[in-house]
Design a protein around this ligand. Structure first.
Ligand SMILES: Nc1ncnc2c1ncn2[C@@H]1O[C@H](COP(=O)(O)OP(=O)(O)OP(=O)(O)O)[C@@H](O)[C@H]1O
Ligand SMILES: [Mg+2]
Length: 294
């Protein structure tokens, strides 16, 4: 059943006399309880789309229906309510307040609702339990790892129990292992709590965790793929290309290292240690390429 429906959405930004068409007649349907990925080049309109769906920005034309309510006709005063109750936002640059503890960060979105303090704290603890952070309640963001911070952000996005989660590059600043963990939490939240999740990512591996992957270019959706189709598609090739690129870089570092020992700029111990490090990294990347059929 269609839950979110965008039809011919246009968004134009004006800076002075210059017009930028960020969305050019974008259409998209998402079912209730579905989780999808959106991929596309930088500047293609991904964040713009999430901001409009999140009620942070308004479209210039087109219709946006969420659960049979038209966002275009929602008065600004009610958009505040929509932002609080219908959508939870997760951003790439962890949007936590640095001076607040994990628990307080998760409680914060609830403060604007008329929930009493005890109930708020209970709920925040429960949410941090879902992301396995019950033992980090009193930690401030800078006392947590990047992945843990992002888990707090997920808990905070769930605070008011919104039916929709919008995630803009939730793994953008995380390594591949931590990205996988974050994805596991998002997939679980989608499945077990029946949240509809729209996630933007640059990472084809992350995108392949969802059943449907939409490709956006120049402000419109140009294709829909399954993870299997992605494998045979540009995304996967790009990832293997990225790995090859990193291998060439490491090989150049190896060549530089050999020159330095020849010129007597480093000692034997340093040389051996660095050479081992570089060759191990190259081997690891080659294995990864192999795993992806490269
Ligand atoms: N507030 C704004 N004012 C003017 N132009 C904007 C604004 N926000 C976005 N744009 C422009 O709209 C286009 C789409 O931007 P958007 O941020 O949606 O891209 P994106 O797909 O999220 O890119 P990235 O992958 O780099 O995050 C870009 O050309 C951008 O420069
Ligand atoms: Mg963006």
């Amino acid at each position: 059943m269609t839950f979110i429906s965008c039809t011919d959405v246009v968004k134009v930004y004006r800076i002075g006399n210059v017009e930028i068409q960020a969305l050019r007649g974008l259409s998209l349907d998402v079912d209730r309880g579905e989780m999808i990925s959106i991929m596309g080049p930088s500047g293609s309109g991904k964040t713009t789309l999430l901001n409009i769906l999140g009620g942070l920005d308004r479209a210039n034309a087109g219709t946006i229906m969420v659960d049979d309510v038209s966002l275009g006709f929602t008065p600004v005063s009610e958009l505040v309510n929509y932002r609080r109750r219908v959508v939870g936002h997760i951003f790439q640059n962890l949007n936590l307040i640095p001076t607040l503890t994990a628990l307080e960060n998760v409680e914060l979105p609830m403060i604007f609702n008329e929930e009493n303090r005890g109930a708020r704290t209970e709920r925040a603890k429960e949410l941090l339990g879902i992301v396995d952070l019950s033992n980090r309640l009193q930690h401030k963001p800078d006392e947590l790892s990047g992945g843990q911070q992002q888990r707090v952000a997920i808990a905070a996005a769930l605070a008011n129990d919104p039916p929709i989660l919008l995630a803009d590059e939730p793994t953008g600043e995380l390594d591949s292992e931590t990205s996988r963990i974050i994805m596991d939490y998002l997939l679980r939240i989608n499945r077990e709590y029946n949240k509809t999740i729209i996630m933007v990512t640059h990472n084809p591996i992350v995108a392949a965790a969802t059943r449907r992957i939409l490709r956006i270019e120049d402000g419109t959706i140009i294709g829909t793929y399954t993870p299997a189709q992605m494998g045979a598609n540009a995304g996967q090739v790009n990832y293997v290309d990225q790995l090859r690129e990193r291998i060439s870089k490491l090989n150049r570092e190896l060549a530089t290292l050999d020159k330095r020992i020849q010129k007597g700029q480093i000692n034997g111990d340093e040389y051996v240690k660095e050479r081992l490090r570089l060759t191990a990294s190259i081997k690891g990347l080659e294995d990864e390429i192999h795993r992806h059929g490269g």
